[in-house]
Ligand binder design. Structure first.
Ligand code: MG
Length: 254
């Protein structure tokens, strides 16, 4: 069952998404060589709570932090800790916030200091894949159109999309129906309708699409240890197209 949100529910989601986006912006700004990943988690949790939210991820199925921090070949769900970020790495930052019973979910991948042009290209293409997916999330389109748009963009640039993890519906629960795969066949899957709220989150790998899960039970990484980038927005399907609830105005400050 896909839960369609009322205008009032969408307003609450918009508030949750804004808190998540503001918190993520502050975390991203704190990324620099030498910073411990657990310091980023602290910023995420503090900022979400200061803005009146509760971290969505903390305790979710036992996840021990408010922020997922996934470095280089780590794809998603990395656990923050004592690891220090180093110049030239890329780091995926993923968090969620709950406000008034609704979740907002957002992720970005950023460079640590100066990175190679090869890595900058991976980030650009992965972010572009997200934008293509968002553009495809129009009312009357199908879920397969979203996945196909993401996959086409990534593969056209020589990259692959992760198959084992997907985007998802989001709302009263962090993960709701439907699953939103990052690959697909145009014209397949459920029809998108106004009121649907989706977390669209391409995970784009430089090499193989295959991933493994670390013994910690959480950290997903590429099987070939090539780098991976991850970008996510929470969007609402509206009569006029996708409304990106986690998009901040250009002049947003924290
Ligand atoms: Mg998500």
């Amino acid at each position: 069952m896909i839960d369609l949100k009322s205008p009032a529910e969408l307003s609450a989601m918009r508030r949750a998404c804004r808190v998540a986006a503001l918190a993520l912006l502050e975390v991203a700004r704190a990324v620099r060589p030498g910073v411990e990943t657990r310091a980023l988690d602290r910023i995420a949790e503090d900022r979400i709570r200061e803005l009146g939210g509760v971290p969505s991820f903390l305790g979710y199925r036992g996840f021990p932090a408010s922020l997922c921090v996934s470095v280089n070949d780590e794809v998603v769900h990395g656990i923050p800790g004592r690891r220090r970020l180093r110049e030239g790495e890329i780091v995926s930052l993923d968090l969620g916030a709950v406000i008034e019973g609704f979740h907002g979910d957002i992720a970005t991948t950023v460079p640590v200091g100066t990175v190679t042009e090869e890595l900058r290209r991976l980030l650009r293409v992965a972010e572009g894949a997200l934008e293509q997916g968002i553009r495809a999330a129009r009312p009357g389109a199908r879920l397969g159109d979203v996945g196909a748009a993401i996959q086409r963009h990534a593969e056209r640039h020589g990259y692959s999309v992760v198959r084992d993890f997907a985007g998802h519906g989001v709302g009263r629960r962090l993960h709701e129906e439907p699953q939103v795969p990052n690959f697909g066949r145009p014209g397949s899957g459920v029809v998108l309708r106004p009121g649907m709220t989706l977390a669209i989150e391409p995970m784009v790998n430089a090499g193989t699409h295959e991933v493994t899960v670390d013994p910690d039970g959480w950290t997903v990484r590429t099987r070939d240890h090539k780098p991976s980038a991850h970008f996510e927005h929470t969007v609402a399907v509206t009569e006029s197209g996708a409304d990106v609830l986690t998009r901040l105005p250009e002049d947003a400050s924290v």
